[in-house]
Unconditional design. Sequence first.
Length: 120
Amino acid sequence: MLHEVKNARQVTGEGFRRWFTDQYFDLIVWYGDDRSIEGFQLCYDKSVKERALTWRRGRGFVHEKVDDGEMPLAAKMTPILLPDGHFDARGITSRFRAASAKMDREVAQFVLDTLAGYPR
């Protein structure tokens, strides 16, 4: 079940943000000055093959894989996002619906409604 991380790190220039997490998902939500949701990043499959779906108002969706920076026999590098192909919108939406059952309803519903608009 997703739960909110209190005192989430705020990044200058990104607007206010909230962070929700569980073993499978990380959800970062960005707010505008008027406290409306301006975007979110839904990271999923964190322990196997992490990917991230980012949505920003006025820009739409970007789906990327997370290169965790792991290299055999070398120091770990900073994780980066790289382009990724297929996004399983139906499967991830279903799993997010279950995981978000006890989190902020307004945020969960916004993410679900936005995922419903993902291009098939």
